[in-house]
Design a protein around this ligand. Structure first.
Ligand SMILES: C[S@@+](CC[C@H](N)C(=O)[O-])C[C@H]1O[C@@H](n2cnc3c(N)ncnc32)[C@H](O)[C@@H]1O
Length: 195
């Protein structure tokens, strides 16, 4: 798998939606690396999802990248987006994120809660991104949640495998035990694709 030509540099696409906190000459490699959000756009473009769910929204950059990639595949369809974030990182981040996300779809909403307390969600999604609390107990719960809301044939993306190496073996183990193939993608922070 390689980054799609049209998604080789997501910085100019994301730039209008950056939070002032991330408009900094330091610490913005995750935005400028050309090996991070480019993958979200590419994978989403390949999958052409009708519905995306994400645990860990922050300011909406991965969401916008996925929605932008999906829009490139089907410009007329408004993808359903559900984001879950307890705003433990940045208070008010979901509201900020939604302003950008809604430029790409009018069918977006967020839930401000811990990913463990979403309650039952009857909707199903083709693409679920797990990028919330990066500890093993949460990881397992988030993966269970992801599987429960995943449509048949859908894909789960788990971020930060190299940033938090302790997450890699349990993710692979969970995938095996639950009938998913796990493919590691050497992105800026290491992504696992489960399908
Ligand atoms: C790494 S950031 C997400 C970045 C975002 N996916 C992006 O790439 O633009 C992680 C987010 O997860 C949220 N978070 C952390 N623990 C959480 C939990 N237990 N439940 C829900 N959200 C959580 C934080 O508030 C933060 O906004």
């Amino acid at each position: 798998m390689k980054i799609a030509e049209f998604a080789e540099d997501m910085y100019p696409i994301l730039e209008p939606y950056l939070h002032p906190m991330d408009r900094t000459p330091f610490g913005d490699e995750f935005l400028r690396t050309k090996n991070h959000y480019e993958w979200y756009a590419t994978i989403s473009n390949m999958l052409c999802p009708k519905a995306i769910c994400e645990i860990g929204v922050r300011f909406g950059y991965s969401a916008i990248s996925m929605l932008w990639g999906a829009e490139k595949a089907d410009p007329f369809f408004h993808v359903r987006y559900l984001g879950i974030d307890n705003e433990s990182a940045e208070e008010g981040s979901s509201e900020f994120a939604l302003k950008g996300i809604r430029k790409f779809t009018d069918n977006a909403s967020t839930m401000k809660c811990d990913s463990l307390t979403t309650g039952h969600i009857s909707e199903k999604f083709n693409l679920v991104h797990v990028d919330g609390m990066h500890t093993v107990p949460w990881l397992f719960d988030d993966l269970r949640f992801a599987r429960a809301v995943l449509k048949n044939g859908g894909v789960i993306l788990v971020d930060d495998m190299t940033l938090f190496p302790a997450l890699m073996p349990p993710t692979k183990r969970w995938a095996k035990e639950n009938g998913f193939d796990a493919e590691f993608i050497p992105t800026h922070r290491g992504m696992m694709l489960l399908k």
